[in-house]
Every structure is written in structure tokens, then in C-alpha cells.
Design a protein around this ligand. Structure first.
Ligand code: EPU
Length: 422
């Protein structure tokens, strides 16, 4: 198991390139199931989640090949085992998004039911409801979701909203299943995230007929067959936002290459109000902070609102603001495992139901802390960059799921992070 030792405080400066998006790559890898033959996607980040998803596809019968130019080829000519095994699904909940494409292509699928999660309850009732509406028969057997559609799926008008609004992977599942259903499917309250737009455009390249892309109402005219395609993956808006927060918390100046500000308007707006300068320059974006960190109120929401995947990182930043901030989590109301860890570094955070009151402090101090999930661990790394002393972050494997060798990206910018195996 690896740990990080982070010496702080440091000031970051320089240029960093943002990777292709993890959360766009995963459902697009699942989409490759739909078109019999060889698809490929790029640029794909080198992350453990991508390796785990590749293993999952290989278990189904696909051949997956990584090449040095960050291209991933998936040959789905043969799918002879439409089963998502527990051993893989328990490592990564996103595995659930093979369910829709398998049902559409093989007319049957068995996928282990995802279990508990560090960021709170993560039901999949909306995925199952949507697939049932398309005509699938679904039951639970020995911890596995067993889904069948012996006569194929049939298009339907489906409302996919739940108590917390739209669902990203639920929309991906139902959308992929609907591409090969008979007739028209309307998905109302569909997720509008850029990753879903990326998926929908990819499906169009495979021959799917989809309109309303980017809106909460997707209309799909089912086709008989899809063909393999080449997919272009969008830049990772969460990695970009994390580096913006890193520039801000260290009073640094960073040039972000391969960054889509148009996917990040809520984040850019919030950071500018906090006192961070963000300016597009050619195809890059310059991020800097010179003045104090101003407090801010943040409410996480579905896109185009402020993303839950940047809540923890902004909390680390606001813990050093000149005043009090309130952060309300409306997507995953229990996603606050980082609060107690940041308080160990002398932040002053108080959780009140699905909200945290952040009383700004003058400085953070180093401490041993524990990473609990991917984004929470990123927040601890950010805090470690700004804190006085040597912070030790345990369970770094969480961060490796979603950030490609983050220390190798931060160190050339002025960070002092060492990775040690214990
Ligand atoms: N929900 C339901 N029923 C469902 C599905 C979701 O009630 O059937 C609820 C969830 O409990 C939550 C809300 O709906 O309250 C939204 O969850 P969503 O389904 O959108 O989350 P997800 O699709 O499972 C993806 C990302 C997450 C990201 C969320 C929200 C991937 C692989 N995962 O998860 O990313 O936080 O959308 O934007 O795309 C991360 O990268 O660290 C991460 C957790």
C-alpha cells in the first residue's frame, strides 16, 4: 500500500496538461459492446479504474489493447460471457454501465449488484426502472442482477429523475440500451453532464439516432445494428478543477493545457468570486491567485451546477478563506468523509446535515491523514501542499483511481511529494 509524504507550504507554478476524462471513458468503453468489432478511444487516462474496466470487458469476451499513444482498442467481436463478476464490480461501481449495452446486444446479462460506497448511498433503482420500462425482465439472484429481454427491447417514454435529480450512469445505461430497441425512446430528466454528451456523440458515430443531446430530454430512434467507431474523449473537467484549486490554495500560477472551460462554468464562476484569476489563452487556460481567499457559499448540483466531484477540493481551499463559507451537498448528502481529516490539519469545519460550515483559518498544519475516496483524497493532497510541515496521506490507491500519478504532475510545478510503499 502506498502513502504520500507532502512537504508544505509550496507555491505552484508552471504548465500542466489535463488528461482525457475518466468518467467519459468508462461509459464509452461500455458502448464498445454495442458495435460488433474493433472500436477505439483516445486519449484515455492511465488509471486503475480504466484497467479494472478493461478486465471487466475481457471477462465478457472482448479483447482490450492499450497503446503507447493513450489509445485503447476494444474488439467486441465475441461476447460469450455476459456476466459482470462480483470481484470486479466490488472494486468499481461504474461497472454497472455494462448492463444496458449487454442487454441490448446479448438480450441477457448478469451483473453483480454494487455494494456500499464511501460517498454514501448509491442506489441503482433508476437504472433498473429504465431498463424494465424498455421491456427487460430483471430480478436479483445471489447478489446478482439477472436481466433478460429474449425478444429484444422496445422503445418507451421514460422519466428517469429520482429524489436527487438525474443520474449520470443511469442515463448512460438506458441511453445505450435504447439505441438498439425497437422504436422510439424518450428519456425525460436525462443527465446533461459533458460525459453523457461525449457518450451520445460517440453512439451517433456508431450509427445511433439520438436527438436532444445535452438537454434533459433525449430522444432515441432505435436501429437494428451499430458498428464499431473511434471515440474522442473530452478533457477531464474534474482533474482541471483540482489543478485550479491547487493553483489557488498555493497562491500559485498554472497554465492548464487541454482544458475545456465551457464544461466548467459553475466552477470558474465560483473560483473567480473566491479571488482566483482564470483566463483562457490560445487553447490553454491561465489560473492564478495573488490576493486573499474570499469566502463563498457552494451548493453542489447536477450539471451545469457545481459538481459534487469538486466539493472536497473547494472545501480544502475555503478552509483558508478570510471568513465563513457554507457548502451544501445536494447530490451525495453524506459525501463528507474528508471533513474530519481536514480538521486534523487544523481546518475549522462543522458538519450540519448535508452542509458544512467552513470557518476560515489563517493556516493549516501537517498531520497524518487517511484518504477515504477519490475526491476526498485529492482534497487532502491540496491541503498538504498548503499546510506547514509534512503531511502523510494514507491509502493513496484511492487517488490513483482517478488521478494519473498526481505526484508526478505536481512535483515539476514545485510540489514536494514522495510516494512510499509501506
Ligand atoms: N441515484 C438514485 N438512484 C439511481 C442512481 C442514482 O437515487 O438509480 C442518486 C444517487 O444516489 C445520487 C444521485 O442520484 O444522489 C446522482 O447519482 P448518479 O447516478 O448521477 O451518480 P453515478 O452516475 O453513479 C457519476 C460519477 C461520479 C459522480 C456522479 C455525480 C462516474 C463513473 N461516476 O456517478 O463520479 O460523483 O456521477 O456527478 O461517472 C468520481 O469520479 O469521483 C465519482 C464519484
Amino acid at each position: 500500500m502506498d502513502i504520500f509524504r507532502i512537504e508544505g507550504p509550496v507555491r505552484l507554478s508552471g504548465s500542466v496538461s489535463i488528461n482525457g476524462s475518466k468518467n467519459a471513458s468508462l461509459p464509452i468503453m461500455a458502448a464498445a459492446i454495442l458495435g460488433e468489432g474493433k472500436s477505439s478511444l483516445a486519449p484515455v487516462p492511465r488509471l486503475s479504474d480504466i484497467s479494472v474496466f478493461s478486465q471487466l470487458l475481457e471477462q465478457l469476451g472482448c479483447r482490450v489493447v492499450k497503446s503507447s499513444d493513450r489509445r485503447l482498442s476494444i474488439d467486441s467481436t465475441v461476447i460469450d460471457n455476459p456476466v459482470g463478476e462480483y470481484e470486479i464490480v466490488r472494486k468499481m461501481r461504474a461497472s454497472i454501465c455494462i448492463l444496458g449495452p449487454l442487454l441490448a446486444r446479448c438480450r441477457r446479462a448478469e451483473v453483480s449488484m454494487p455494494g456500499g460506497c464511501a460517498i454514501g448511498d448509491r442506489p441503482i433503482n433508476l437504472h433498473l426502472r429504465g431498463l424494465r420500462e424498455l421491456g427487460a425482465r430483471i430480478h436479483l439472484k445471489n447478489g446478482y442482477i439477472v436481466a433478460q429481454a429474449p425478444n429484444g427491447l422496445t422503445g418507451k417514454e421514460i422519466f428517469l429523475g429520482g429524489p436527487f435529480g438525474s443520474t449520470v450512469l443511469g442515463t448512460a445505461n438506458v441511453l445505450m440500451a435504447a439505441t438498439l430497441a425497437k422504436g422510439r425512446t424518450t428519456i425525460e430528466s436525462a443527465a446533461c453532464e459533458p460525459e453523457i454528451v461525449n457518450l451520445a456523440h460517440g453512439l451517433q458515430n456508431m450509427g445511433a439516432k439520438i436527438s436532444g443531446i445535452g438537454s434533459p430530454r433525449l430522444v432515441v430512434e432505435g436501429v437494428k445494428q451499430l458498428h464499431p467507431a473511434e471515440f474522442e474523449i473530452i478533457p477531464d473537467r474534474i482533474e482541471a478543477g483540482t489543478f485550479m484549486a491547487a493553483a489557488a490554495i498555493t497562491q500559485g500560477e498554472l497554465r492548464l493545457q487541454n482544458c475545456r472551460l465551457d464544461h466548467m462554468m459553475a466552477v470558474v464562476d465560483k473560483l473567480r468570486n473566491i479571488g482566483v484569476t482564470i483566463e483562457p489563452e490560445d487553447n490553454d487556460c491561465m489560473v492564478a491567485r495573488t490576493g486573499p481567499i474570499r469566502p463563498a457559499d457552494i451548493t453542489t448540483q447536477q450539471y451545469p451546477g457545481f459538481p459534487t466531484d469538486l466539493q472536497a477540493q473547494l472545501m480544502a481551499l475555503l478552509s483558508l478563506a478570510e471568513g465563513n463559507s457554507v457548502i451544501v451537498e445536494k447530490v451525495f448528502p453524506d459525501r463528507f468523509m474528508h471533513v474530519a481529516e481536514l480538521n486534523r490539519m487544523a481546518a475549522n469545519l462543522r458538519k450540519e446535515g448535508p452542509a458544512v460550515i467552513v470557518a476560515g483559518v489563517k493556516k493549516l498544519t501537517a498531520a497524518p491523514v487517511m484518504a477515504s475516496d477519490l475526491r476526498a483524497s485529492a482534497a487532502l493532497v491540496l491541503a498538504g501542499l498548503a499546510a506547514e510541515g509534512t503531511t502523510t496521506v494514507n491509502r493513496v490507491y484511492h487517488i490513483d483511481r482517478g488521478y494519473e500519478r498526481i505526484e508526478e504532475k505536481l512535483n515539476p510545478l514545485g510540489a514536494k511529494i514522495t510516494r512510499e510503499s509501506i
